[in-house]
Every structure is written in structure tokens, then in C-alpha cells.
Design a protein around this ligand. Structure first.
Ligand SMILES: NC(=O)c1ccc[n+]([C@@H]2O[C@H](COP(=O)([O-])OP(=O)(O)OC[C@H]3O[C@@H](n4cnc5c(N)ncnc54)[C@H](OP(=O)(O)O)[C@@H]3O)[C@@H](O)[C@H]2O)c1
Length: 283
């Protein structure tokens, strides 16, 4: 079994991004700017935002945290996004999810102008992805594709099974695998005989948010298993895959923590640099 080490690979990527940013700053005179909007003080969101800020600072991207209270109205939050859209110092904008229940998440995400939508969650970037057009791609599936590429894992003609069909992970993941000519099956909570389908997977990607749900009898011998899940149990982090029991069956497996998570952040930073170059018309 080979461990897909997202932590170390992400370090390497961040070093490369930092070098690129330094060269861009020297050439253009301004740093890429990232606005991170945090609504309220959800503890998990605060951790994610802190990690994004830290990684951006490491890469010399100018990241600003814009924190607003959880009682902010949808209209006030929309106004904030419109203001950031107009602000030339920001080339990327992210609004940390989830948002409080009284706010329509998709309306806020779609208010971010597509060229600054560095999470790639907006309708324009998603539509382009689904149409096979160049776009800013969702950070988590983009990071997974980079990890598969780094380990020279062939996708063409392979049976890829994605468990989970969220707009931010499962669906864009399936599209990116399809783009690389894998034969893709998407499973979800209403899928019947899930284990029989996952057992056919050469590449199994799990993003459901259920602690250690995928067991060894659901995995094919020699499969490549990517675990997106992050489930906190008694202060410990577990994936959606029962790593200890599944690992010996796999050719490759990503751990939690240290697999997909760090690559999500480096892909977000890469997206910010892409947005900066597009906005400033830098080839
Ligand atoms: N490491 C990272 O960077 C990163 C990034 C994003 C997300 N995550 C983690 O990845 C997990 C998934 O996130 P998400 O945002 O995609 O979640 P989500 O929006 O809650 O979607 C979960 C998906 O899993 C499906 N599902 C739930 N229970 C299932 C079951 N028993 N069998 C089969 N499918 C099932 C749901 O099916 P239905 O559609 O039928 O309800 C849904 O499509 C979470 O643990 C999240 O924290 C990690």
C-alpha cells in the first residue's frame, strides 16, 4: 500500500506558489489579494479560515479576513460581496461555508463575480466545468486530481466511483474524472447495494461526512482510495473510510488528516493566483 501524502505534496506546492508569487510581485508591483469572509464564529469554520490565512501568508498572498456577525442579513452580506467585487486589491473572494440558516448560500456564492470566485462554487464556474470549458475549479476535487497526477495514477478507462453528490465535492469531482476519460459512477444516500458498486471501483472517492463508513468488504483489492471526509469524534479527526481496516487492501490510500485537506488549501491559493493573472491579463 502506498500512502497518498497530501501534506508533504501540499508543502511542495506551496513553496512553488510562493516562488511564483514573488516573481509576479516583482514584475507587476502588487500582490495577489484574497478576501476571506467569515460569518459568525462557528469553531470548525474558524479553524478552516485560520489555516487558509496562514497558507496564504506563507505564499505571500495578501489575505484579509473580513469577519461579520452571524446576525448579518442576506442583503447586508450581498452588499459586502458587491463591494469586494469592485475592490481592485482583491483578486479572489471566498465566503466560508456553512452560512447561518437565514441566508441563502447559493445566492451569496453566485453574487461573487466569476473571475474572483476562487472556490469555483458559483454557477458560472460550475457551468463551465460541466461544459468542459476553462474555469476556476472547485478546490477540493482539483486538489484530488493533482494528488492522483503526482502519484502517476492512470485514470483513462478506469472505473471511478464517487460516493457523495454535493455541489462542492461529489459532482465537480465526477466531472473532473470524466474529463480524464474515467468511467464514472456517482453514488449517494439513496443508492442501493452501495458496497457492490464501490467494490467495482478502481478509483474510489468518498465524500459523505460519515465517520469510517467505508469498510474493507466495500473495497476492491488493489483499489486507489481517496477519503475526503472529515469527521471529528472525541477531538480526533476521522475520514469516511475505515482506514485501519481498508488500507491493506489498497494500492494507494489517502489518510485523514494529511490527505485531501492540505491540497484543498493549496488549490485555493493556486486559484487565487490564476484569478490574479486573469484579471491583470498576465500570461
Ligand atoms: N478535506 C477537505 O478539504 C474537505 C472539503 C470539503 C468537504 N470535506 C468533507 O467531506 C465530507 C463531505 O462533504 P460535502 O460538503 O460534500 O457533504 P454534503 O454536502 O453533506 O454531502 C454529502 C453527500 O454524501 C451523501 N451521503 C450521505 N450519507 C450517505 C450514505 N450513507 N451513503 C451514500 N451516500 C451518502 C449525500 O447523499 P444525498 O445527496 O442523497 O443526501 C450527499 O450527496 C464532509 O465530511 C466534509 O467535511 C472535506
Amino acid at each position: 500500500m502506498i500512502l497518498l501524502d497530501g501534506k508533504n505534496y501540499s508543502k511542495k506546492l506551496k513553496n512553488e506558489l510562493r516562488e511564483e508569487v514573488d516573481q509576479l510581485i516583482e514584475k507587476v508591483g502588487i500582490a495577489p489579494g484574497l478576501a476571506i469572509v467569515l460569518v459568525g464564529e462557528d469553531p470548525a469554520s474558524c479553524i478552516y479560515v485560520r489555516n487558509k490565512m496562514k497558507a496564504a501568508n506563507f505564499c505571500h498572498i495578501k489575505a484579509d479576513l473580513i469577519q461579520v456577525t452571524k446576525t448579518i442579513s442576506e442583503n447586508e452580506l450581498l452588499d459586502l460581496v458587491y463591494k469586494l467585487n469592485q475592490d481592485d486589491t482583491y483578486h479572489g473572494i471566498i465566503v466560508q461555508l456553512p452560512l447561518p440558516k437565514h441566508i441563502n448560500e447559493q445566492a451569496i456564492i453566485d453574487a461573487i463575480i466569476d473571475k474572483k470566485d476562487v472556490d469555483g462554487f458559483g454557477i458560472i464556474n460550475k457551468g463551465k466545468l460541466f461544459s468542459g470549458l476553462p474555469c476556476i475549479k472547485s478546490a477540493t476535487p482539483k486538489g484530488i486530481m493533482k494528488l492522483l497526477e503526482e502519484y502517476d495514477i492512470e485514470l483513462e478507462g478506469k472505473n471511478a466511483v464517487v460516493v457523495g453528490r454535493s455541489n462542492i465535492v461529489g459532482k465537480p469531482m465526477a466531472m473532473m474524472l470524466l474529463e480524464k476519460n474515467a468511467t464514472v459512477t456517482i453514488c449517494h444516500s439513496r443508492t442501493k447495494k452501495l458496497g457492490e458498486i464501490t467494490k467495482q471501483a478502481d478509483i474510489l472517492i468518498v465524500a459523505i461526512g460519515k465517520d469510517r463508513f467505508i469498510k474493507e468488504n466495500m473495497v476492491k483489492d488493489g483499489a486507489v482510495v481517496i477519503d475526503v471526509g472529515t469527521n471529528r469524534v472525541d477531538e480526533k479527526l476521522y475520514g469516511d473510510v475505515d482506514f485501519e481496516n481498508v488500507k491493506d487492501k489498497c494500492a494507494y490510500i489517502s489518510p485523514v488528516p494529511g490527505g485531501v485537506g492540505p491540497l484543498t488549501i493549496s488549490s485555493l491559493l493556486e486559484n487565487t493566483i490564476i484569478a490574479y493573472k486573469n484579471i491583470l491579463n498576465i500570461k
